[in-house]
Design a protein around this ligand. Structure first.
Ligand code: ADP
Length: 463
C-alpha cells in the first residue's frame, strides 16, 4: 500500500528514535542491575566481616567474660539489617543467639526478606545461608560467630525503590524522546514533503499545458533545489518551444499571405476584365508564385535539415578545399556585382558531413554577396586551431545592426523586413546554417566585420 510520504517519514523517524531509546534503556537497566547486585554481594560480605570483627573485641581476656550488653546491641541492630547472629565461646557454649533472644522478630525479618526477594527476584532461587567466623581479637581464638543471611544477595526495600525509580526514569525519558521525535519528525517531513508536493503539482500543471508556471521560493535542501530547478528549466524550455511553434505557424501564414493576396487580386482584376492581360502582369504573378515556391522549398529544406541532422555522414573534410569550391560556385554571382572575393588560410581537416558543410558556406557566402553592394569585398579566412577548424567570412556590406544580432539565426528573422523582401530572402538560410553547425557540435557567431560589414565565424570541432 502506498502511504503519504510525510506519514512514512514521520513514522520511520519515530521508529528509529523508539528503537534507539528502548535499546539504550534495556541495556542501561540490565547493566545497572548487574552492577548493583555485585555491589550488594560485596557489601554483604564486608558487613558480615565488620560484625565479626566488632564482636571479637567484646571478649575480655583478663576476666574471661563477654560484654553481653554491647553484643546484644550489635546483634539487634544486625538483625534489623537482615543478619541473624549466634555467638559461641571457645568451648562452644552459646553466648548470645538472636533466635533465642527474639524469635518473633527473627522470623518476621526472615519472612520479610524471603517474600520481598521472591517477589522481586523470582528467578534468583536464594535462601538463608550461614557463614562461620572465628573470633581472634589478638591472633588467639576466643570463640566463633555464625552469621545467617539471605544469599546469594538480598536488597532492602529502599534498594528496590532506587532501582524502580531508575526504571521509571528510563520510561519517562523514552516517552519524551518518542514524543519529541514524532513532533520533530513531523516538522521535518513537512519541510521535505512540501516542495515535493508543490513540484508534483507544478509538473501536473505543465503536463496540462500551463508552461508559464514556475516554482518560486527558496529550498534549503540541495537535492530538492536541483529537482525544482530542473522542473523550472523544463517549464521554461517548453514555454520557449511553444512560443517558437506558435510563431512559426503565424510567420508561415504571414509570409504566404502577402504574395498570395497579390497574385489573387491581380488574377481577379484580369478575370473581371478590369485589367488587360499583359505579359508584364502575368510575369509579375509568375514572380509572386515563384516567391511562394521558394518559401515552401526553404521550409522543406529546413525540415529536412532538422530531421536529417541526426544522421550525419561524417568524413575527413579539408575546409580550405571546400571553401575554394564554394567560392568557385559563386563566381558568376559575385562577378555580376563586381565583388572581390579572397580566401586565405592553411589546409584544415575536420571530421564532418561534406555536403552539409557545403550548404553552410554556400548560404553564408550567398548572404555576403546578397548584402554587399557593388564593388565591395568579401574575405574568407580559414584557421587551423588546436581542436577546431575556424572559418571567418567577412564582407564590406551593409552589416547587421547590433540589436538584430541575437535573433538573426531564428526562423524568418530579417534584419530589415522591407529591404530583405526585395532581396528575396525568407529568413531561413541562417537557421539552416546554425542547425547544421550545431549538429556537428560546433558554434556560429555573427558580429561586425573589420569595416562596417558583417562577420560570421564558424567553429567546427576536428573530431
Ligand atoms: P535571408 O533569406 O533573409 O537572407 P537568412 O536567414 O540567411 O535569411 O538571414 C537572416 C537575416 O540576417 C537577413 O534577412 C539579413 O537581414 C541578415 N543577414 C544575413 N547575412 C547578412 C550579411 N552578410 N550582411 C548583412 N545582413 C545579413
Amino acid at each position: 500500500m502506498r502511504g503519504k510520504f510525510r506519514t512514512q517519514l514521520t513514522f520511520a523517524l519515530a521508529l528509529i528514535v523508539f528503537v534507539t531509546v528502548a535499546l539504550i534503556s534495556i541495556l542501561a537497566n540490565t547493566f545497572i542491575n548487574m552492577e548493583f547486585e555485585k555491589y550488594a554481594k560485596a557489601q554483604q560480605q564486608s558487613h558480615a566481616n565488620d560484625i565479626a570483627t566488632n564482636l571479637s573485641r567484646q571478649y575480655n581476656s583478663i576476666t574471661g567474660k563477654w560484654n553481653i550488653e554491647y553484643i546484644h546491641g550489635v546483634g539487634m541492630s544486625a538483625l534489623y539489617d537482615g543478619y541473624l547472629i549466634r555467638l559461641m565461646d571457645l568451648p562452644g557454649n552459646v553466648v548470645w543467639d538472636a533466635e533465642n533472644h527474639d524469635m518473633a522478630t527473627c522470623t518476621q525479618v526472615m519472612m520479610d526478606i524471603i517474600s520481598r526477594m521472591e517477589k522481586k527476584r523470582p528467578g534468583l532461587s536464594g535462601g538463608f545461608v550461614t557463614q562461620e567466623y572465628d573470633l581472634k581479637p589478638n591472633g588467639q581464638k576466643v570463640g566463633s560467630v555464625a552469621i545467617q543471611y539471605y544469599g546469594p544477595y538480598f536488597l532492602s526495600e529502599s534498594d528496590f525503590h532506587f532501582l524502580d525509580s531508575l526504571n521509571l526514569i528510563s520510561v519517562i525519558v523514552g516517552s519524551l524522546a518518542l514524543l519529541c521525535s514524532v513532533v520533530v519528525g513531523g516538522l521535518l517531513a513537512r519541510r521535505i514533503s512540501r516542495p515535493i508536493i508543490k513540484t508534483a503539482h507544478i509538473a501536473t500543471q505543465i503536463a496540462e499545458g500551463n508552461y508559464k508556471i514556475r516554482f518560486d521560493g527558496t529550498i534549503k535542501s540541495r537535492e530538492l533545489d536541483e529537482l525544482v530547478a530542473a522542473v523550472n528549466h523544463m517549464a521554461a524550455s517548453l514555454d520557449n518551444q511553444e512560443g517558437l511553434r506558435k510563431r512559426l505557424t503565424t510567420d508561415v501564414a504571414h509570409e504566404l499571405r502577402t504574395p498570395l493576396t497579390a497574385v489573387a487580386s491581380h488574377l481577379e482584376a484580369m478575370i473581371e476584365g478590369l485589367w488587360e492581360i499583359t505579359p508584364q502582369r502575368l510575369q509579375s504573378c509568375y514572380e509572386e508564385i515563384g516567391r511562394i515556391s521558394g518559401l515552401v522549398a526553404d521550409l522543406e529544406q529546413l525540415a529536412k535539415v532538422e530531421n536529417e541532422n541526426l544522421r550525419l555522414k561524417k568524413s575527413d573534410v579539408d575546409l580550405r578545399t571546400l571553401i575554394n569550391t564554394v567560392v568557385g560556385n559563386f563566381e558568376t554571382e559575385s562577378a555580376k556585382k563586381n565583388l572581390s572575393v579572397s580566401v586565405d588560410g592553411t589546409e584544415t581537416h575536420v571530421n564532418a558531413d561534406k555536403d552539409r558543410l557545403n550548404q553552410v558556406f554556400a548560404n553564408l557566402l550567398s548572404n555576403a554577396i546578397k548584402y554587399t553592394p557593388e564593388n565591395g569585398k568579401i574575405h574568407v579566412s580559414i584557421r587551423d586551431m588546436d581542436k577546431n577548424g575556424v572559418v571567418m567570412i567577412e564582407d564590406s556590406g551593409i552589416g547587421i545592426p547590433e540589436k538584430d544580432l541575437p535573433f538573426i539565426f531564428e526562423r524568418f528573422y530579417r534584419a530589415d523586413k522591407s529591404r530583405s523582401r526585395s532581396t528575396g530572402g525568407a529568413g531561413i538560410g541562417l537557421t539552416i546554417v546554425k542547425s547544421i553547425v550545431s549538429a556537428h557540435g560546433g558554434t556560429i557567431m555573427a558580429g561586425q566585420g573589420g569595416g562596417q560589414g558583417s562577420r560570421f565565424t564558424v567553429t567546427l570541432p576536428k573530431s
